[in-house]
Ligand binder design. Sequence first.
Ligand code: CA
Length: 254
Amino acid sequence: MGVKILVVEDEEKLARFIELELKHEGYEVEKAHDGRTALDMALAGDYTLILLDIMLPGLNGLEVLRRLQNEKPTPVILLTARDAVMDKVSGLDAGAVDYITKPFAIEELLARIRVVLKTHVKSVEKHTADINDYNGIEEAMDNLNIPINVPKGQGEIFMWKELVLDVPKHRVSYKGEEIELTNREFMMLKTLLENMDIVLSRDTLLEKVCGYDYIGETNVVDVYVRYLRTKIDENYGIKMIQTVRGVGYVIKSE
Ligand code: CA
């Protein structure tokens, strides 16, 4: 099956230009010029990837992204005219896998598309496969009426003290109380738990969480750690994520 890309951009000339370049690369392309049409198309269609402008008439790009991400995991690259860190953070928080600031060189956009196709499209497929595996085990256990005690790394359930992160169910709880996390916060916490007792650098975390190396933008990691600390550490009076000065972050098993 070929790669099908939805280009959402209200500047018609730019949209047309991107379309021609992408078609030249052999991708199948469809276009939308406003947020509402884009959301309808994205929900109904079967796109490999979506390029999504933030400033759009009707529904803005971030809103389109949020609503879409509630429904399906299509990777989204944001096109933004603004270069503010907060925009990028909101975009990544809402589930975008990457962003590119306008004006951009078409070669850069093409390179980023290739990275996303290589990393994210595969990981979405792999994640789905993991969920299927896990559901199979869970169902079998249910039938046997044996309590499930899944060891770390198997079935993708991670535990730290009374915190439980359940990957297949995409759920985090502390003492049984559910904690609501955004996709990126969830990925950050999962990465730290997966690597318990290993200090992870900001670069490593950024790569694991965003799937792309944002050179010079590692403060995005600090922002997510701050969000996690507010939602978990401060809320429950614990000290889960530790800062290792000059190196990065770690969750220690003891
Ligand atoms: Ca625009």
